[in-house]
Design a protein around this ligand. Structure first.
Ligand SMILES: [Zn+2]
Ligand SMILES: [Zn+2]
Length: 386
C-alpha cells in the first residue's frame, strides 16, 4: 500500500514547528556562507526532535548533517537556507529548509516504527545562490556512503525535475593605457573597446550555439571619464548549457574571443573564475514519477514543462554523483518571476508553506520507498547507470 498519506499525516503533525522555522528564516535572510541564524534554528529543531545534528560539517561553518536509522540503503535529503542580496528569500529557500527537515523527521520516524533497516541522512547545504556549497561538500566527502539524494524547490508551479544547465562564470579584466581622449588619443589603449569587442564576439557566436545554451554578461567597470581613455575595463559573464560537452566548447570559444579582443585593441586580459562551476542536473525518471504521483494524490496539479530547466543549481553536481531529483512545488497559483520581490512575498504565505509540506511528504515517500523497496531501488539505480 502506498504510504503517501502516512507521510502527509506525519508532516502535518509537525506543521506548527516547521512553519515557525520557515517564517523565522524568511524573516532573517542571510547570504551565502553567513547562514548562522538559519543553521542555529534548524539544528535546534532537530535536537528538540531527538536527533544529534553535526555542525560545522565538511569544513563549512554553515553546513550541517543529521542521520537516523541503521544499515543501508542510505538516502540523503538536502536542505538549503541561503538568501539573495536585495530580495532576501526571493528564491524561497526558507521553504526548502522546512520541507527537508519535515521529510527527514517523517522518514526517520517511519523507519523506526516499522523497524526497517536503512538510513536517512539530512544534509544542510549553504551557499546555493553563489558559492557552490554542495560542490564543496561533495569534495569533502558528504556523499560517501549515500545511495541516492533529493531536495525540493519552490517555483510558481509544480513540476518534475526537468534538468538544469551547467554554469561557468568569469570576470574578464582588460588592461589598456590611459591618455587624453581628445589631446593625445594616439598614445592610449582603450580597455573599454576590448570589453565592447568581447560582447560583439559573444553575440556573433550566439548564432552558432544550441538552443539550450545561454551566455549573459554585464560590464562591471567601463572607465572613469569620457575624456580619459579607459586604462581598465571589466565585465562578468555567465556561460550555461545543459550539455557538459557544449559548456566546454563554449568556454573555449569565449577564451578565444577574449584573445581576439586583445589582438584587436592591444589591451591585455585577465580571465578570473567567478564562483565555482555547477554541473547540469540529470533527473532520475523513477524518482520523478513517485514525486508526481504523490503530490497529485495530495492535491497539487503538476505540469510537465515543454522544455527542460535552463537555470543552474549546485544540486547538478549531486545528480552526477548519485541518483537524485530536484523537483518543484508552487508558491503561487499564477506565474511570477524567481529571484524577485513578488517571489519573496509569496515564499512567506500559507499557500507556499502548505504546498512545501505536500512536496515534503512526497520526498519522504520517495526516500522511504527507495530505502525499503528493493525493486524500486533497482529501478532508480538502473536509470542512473543508464
Ligand atoms: Zn535561486
Ligand atoms: Zn533556489
Amino acid at each position: 500500500m502506498k504510504k503517501i498519506h502516512v507521510f502527509g499525516d506525519r508532516i502535518a503533525a509537525q506543521k506548527k514547528g516547521l512553519r515557525q522555522l520557515s517564517d523565522d528564516i524568511w524573516n532573517h535572510p542571510e547570504l551565502s556562507y553567513h547562514e548562522h541564524y538559519a543553521v542555529g534554528r534548524a539544528t535546534d529543531f532537530l535536537k528538540k526532535a531527538g536527533f544529534e545534528p553535526v555542525t560545522p560539517y565538511c569544513g563549512l561553518d554553515t553546513a550541517f548533517r543529521a542521520e537516523s536509522g541503521e544499515g543501508g540503503p542510505v538516502f540523503a535529503i538536502f536542505a538549503e537556507y541561503d538568501a539573495l542580496p536585495e530580495v532576501g528569500h526571493g528564491c524561497g529557500h526558507n521553504l526548502i529548509c522546512a520541507a527537508a527537515l519535515g521529510a527527514f523527521c517523517a522518514v526517520a520516524a517511519e523507519l523506526k516504527e516499522e523497524k526497517r533497516p536503512g538510513r536517512v541522512v539530512l544534509l544542510g547545504s549553504p551557499a546555493e545562490e553563489s558559492g557552490g556549497g554542495k560542490v564543496k561538500m561533495i569534495s569533502a566527502g558528504c556523499l560517501e556512503g549515500i545511495d541516492a539524494a533529493m531536495m525540493v524547490h519552490p517555483s510558481y508551479r509544480a513540476t518534475p525535475d526537468t534538468g538544469s544547465s551547467s554554469i561557468t562564470r568569469f570576470d574578464v579584466i582588460f588592461h589598456g593605457k590611459s591618455a587624453h581622449a581628445a589631446g593625445a588619443p594616439e598614445l592610449g589603449i582603450n580597455a573599454l573597446s576590448a570589453v565592447n569587442l568581447l560582447f560583439a564576439g559573444v553575440n556573433a557566436y550566439r548564432e552558432h550555439i544550441p538552443e539550450d545554451a545561454r551566455m549573459h554578461g554585464i560590464i562591471t567597470c567601463g572607465g572613469e571619464a569620457p575624456n580619459v581613455t579607459p586604462s581598465k575595463a571589466s565585465c562578468r559573464f555567465f556561460l550555461r548549457s545543459t550539455s557538459e560537452e557544449w559548456i566546454k566548447k563554449i568556454e573555449k570559444r569565449f577564451r578565444d574571443i577574449v584573445r581576439g579582443a586583445e589582438l584587436m585593441t592591444g589591451a591585455t586580459a585577465e580571465i578570473i573564475p567567478f564562483n565555482i562551476p555547477y554541473m547540469s542536473r540529470k533527473p532520475n525518471a523513477a524518482l520523478n514519477r513517485v514525486y508526481l504521483e504523490d503530490i497529485s494524490a495530495l492535491g497539487l496539479k503538476p505540469v510537465i514543462p515543454v522544455h527542460g530547466g535552463r537555470g543552474s543549481s549546485d544540486f547538478g553536481n549531486v545528480s552526477h554523483a548519485v541518483p537524485g531529483i530536484h523537483p518543484y512545488f508552487p508558491v503561487t497559483d499564477h506565474e511570477i518571476p524567481g529571484h524577485s520581490e513578488a517571489f519573496r512575498i509569496a515564499s512567506g504565505t500559507d499557500f507556499a508553506f502548505d504546498s512545501a509540506m505536500i512536496a515534503a511528504a512526497a520526498m519522504a515517500d520517495a526516500a522511504f520507498t527507495y530505502i525499503t523497496d528493493p525493486a524500486f531501488k533497482a529501478e532508480v539505480d538502473g536509470a542512473f547507470k543508464a
